[in-house]
Design a protein around this ligand. Structure first.
Ligand code: BT5
Length: 324
């Protein structure tokens, strides 16, 4: 029973050194003491250090750097984002798991996270490299009251939330490259993949996939992206607490999503423009069927990138790969 196991781990974390009585916990959940003891053994196998004190109970003295429910939730300040966490040591892609969960009625704010993805994906089914234990590979299911055509802007909402969280937790200034890249010093540190489950006139669920390179050394990237990718560790020399960063991202994301739903895209657009590295630059926008070149002006109220062409006309772009 993973829910009881998670609850036990959460209490061990929150006890801050005060023993948790195995007997009392067993009674509360109608389990045997042996069942509790088995959970404790499992925790130890997962890398937790647990002290067993006779007649008092269990004390957590050390925990592995994992982005599981307990580690995320002990830092969580949100109302609903991340209150339910579906955690994997390894999976193909959190995006698929989140889609299934959303179809089966998963609550607003349900988070799917994995230490590793074996088939992580970017836009247009491009591969997304997701090394074990090094990054944040997660998909958040949200159910905001938005129209389907308002959903793509959630990529921009998420981008602002991520940049703010990196600023708070790591003290680094990242920039946003429209539409879905977060960059530091010209290299990609984060990619966002926003997908939609929708009725014709109403969003049922938005799945926000976030892939962040955190504690990678350069060799943790496949060779073909070593020149274009970077990680927080490569920039700071330090290991970042991934669970804490997740909690911070979820806080900003919940706040900004609420803002977007209540007040429209205007306030988000202002925030976004402050972090964008695209405006004012000459760019090439590579789309499926054409490539256009011009000066990037900024984004529209609908989240389109506005490009001023050489003949003076202004073109709004829905989605593209931008070459600066
Ligand atoms: C993206 O696509 O940037 C969206 C990435 C979303 C990944 C998350 S992880 C959790 C969730 N589960 C998933 O399976 N996906 C989401 P796009 O803009 O198409 O960029 C893809 C390109 O980025 C690739 O073609 C590579 O060139 C490059 N790339 C691949 N892995 C990378 C990495 N770890 N860091 C930086 N660049 C990478």
């Amino acid at each position: 029973n993973t829910q009881v196991k998670n609850e036990l781990l959460r209490r061990l974390f929150e006890a801050n050194g005060i023993p948790i009585s195995g007997q009392e916990f067993a009674d509360e959940f109608g389990l045997s003491r042996t069942a509790i003891w088995k959970y404790i053994k499992e925790f130890e196998e997962e890398g937790y250090d647990i002290l067993s004190i006779r007649k008092k109970g269990y004390v957590l003295t050390g925990s592995p750097d994992r982005i599981n429910a307990a580690n995320i939730q002990k830092k969580l300040k949100t109302k609903s984002y991340g209150r339910i966490v579906d955690y994997y040591e390894s999976c193909a892609t959190t995006q698929l798991i989140a889609h299934d969960a959303a179809q089966n009625g998963a609550a607003d704010g349900t988070l799917v996270v994995s230490e590793e993805q074996t088939a992580g994906k970017g836009r247009l089914s491009r591969p997304w490299s997701s090394a074990a234990g090094k990054g944040i590979w997660m998909s958040l299911i949200i159910r905001p009251s938005l129209m389907p055509q308002e959903a793509p802007q959630m990529t921009l909402v998420a981008a602002v939330a991520i940049v703010r969280a990196i600023e708070e937790i790591v003290g680094l200034e990242a920039t946003i490259k429209w539409p879905n890249d977060i960059m530091i010093d010209g290299k990609k540190i984060t990619g966002i993949l926003t997908e939609l489950q929708s009725d014709p006139d109403r969003v049922k669920a938005i799945i926000i996939g976030i892939g962040m390179n955190i504690n990678h050394d350069i060799d943790d990237f496949p060779e073909e992206i070593q020149d274009i990718a970077t990680s927080l560790k490569l920039k700071t020399g330090k290991v970042t607490d991934r669970a804490r960063l997740i909690a911070e991202i979820l806080s900003f994301l919940e706040l900004y999503t609420e803002m977007y739903v209540k007040h429209g895209f205007g306030p988000i657009k202002l925030l976004w423009e402050g972090y964008s590295n695209t405006a004012g630059k000459r760019i090439k926008a590579v789309m499926l069927n054409e490539t256009v070149e011009g000066i990037a002006l900024g984004i529209s109220e609908e989240g389109l990138l506005e490009v001023k062409m050489d003949d003076g006309t202004i073109k709004g772009i829905y989605s593209a790969d931008i070459i600066i």
